[in-house]
Design a protein around this ligand. Structure first.
Ligand SMILES: C[S@@+](CC[C@H](N)C(=O)[O-])C[C@H]1O[C@@H](n2cnc3c(N)ncnc32)[C@H](O)[C@@H]1O
Length: 235
């Protein structure tokens, strides 16, 4: 009778994040946005063969991270650190220390959280190497992830490591979820490995949703939302 699909979930999740996040708007506009723009304009941070996330994806990560309030975030694909900053900034707004570990196999910033004021005890670790190297390190510590952002391509050996790192309530964000870009490839790998049976895929938020914050932008960030975090309410 009622069917929910990645598109209807996207409308609902995006609307709730944007409407419920009005108190987060000043920090986004006055802190995160200038920091992200400055990094994009800094030639010393750029490589010709890569790109950073766009405004809509940064806002999506910021709001979703605030809602999930992760203590431990892992990321594949550091580059200039804008996605890392967006997630840490959102998590930090929940007033608890956030630990972020991010990796890149190519040259990248070593200070993804520079310029942010985060709760005491917050820290970032940059692994200069592959996702497999980072996931091996995390499993050796017995870590469990609250949030995972994939902005690189998963490697063959990552899957069995992720089976130890993911929890039923890990929020997973996937960049480049359009066409046959890497977001859908990563989604397919996770699905085939049976790692996301307790998650629902949410398409990138539609362009019109961002107009609620007077932004003319789009997102290519999809989410895998834990089913346990979806509830029915009377109001
Ligand atoms: C699109 S860029 C990341 C942008 C970054 N998230 C930001 O907001 O600035 C993707 C990066 O992922 C790295 N990468 C791709 N696959 C990877 C993997 N399996 N392990 C480590 N790094 C990877 C690439 O070297 C590239 O620098």
């Amino acid at each position: 009778m009622l069917r929910l699909n990645p598109s209807t979930l996207s409308q609902a999740f995006g609307q709730q994040l944007l409407d419920g996040g009005a108190h987060l708007k000043p920090v986004f506009e006055q802190k995160l946005l200038p920091l992200i723009s400055a990094r994009l304009l800094d030639p010393s941070l750029q490589r010709s063969n890569s790109g950073s996330i766009g405004l809509g994806s940064a806002l999506s990560l910021y709001l979703a991270s605030h809602r999930r309030a992760p203590k431990l975030i892992a990321e594949v694909g550091t580059y200039i650190g804008n996605s890392a900053a967006a997630m840490a900034c959102g998590a930090g707004m929940a007033q608890q220390a956030v630990q972020l570990i991010t990796c890149d196999m190519h040259p990248c910033t070593q200070q993804p959280l520079a310029g942010l004021s985060l709760p005491e005890g917050s820290k970032a670790q940059v692994v200069q190497g592959t996702s497999t190297k980072m996931f091996e390190f995390l499993t050796s510590k017995g870590a469990k992830l609250d949030m995972l952002h994939l902005d690189g391509r998963l490697m063959k050996d990552d899957i069995k490591l992720l089976s130890q790192l993911l929890k039923a309530d890990t929020l997973i964000a996937l960049d480049d979820c359009e066409g046959d870009e890497k977001g859908h490839m990563n989604l397919d790998l996770l699905r085939r490995a049976g790692l996301i049976q307790k998650h629902a895929f949410v398409e990138p938020f539609p362009r019109e949703l961002f107009r609620r914050w007077s932004l003319e932008t789009r997102s290519v960030t999809g989410f895998l939302v834990p089913l346990s975090s979806i509830s029915f309410t009377r109001q």
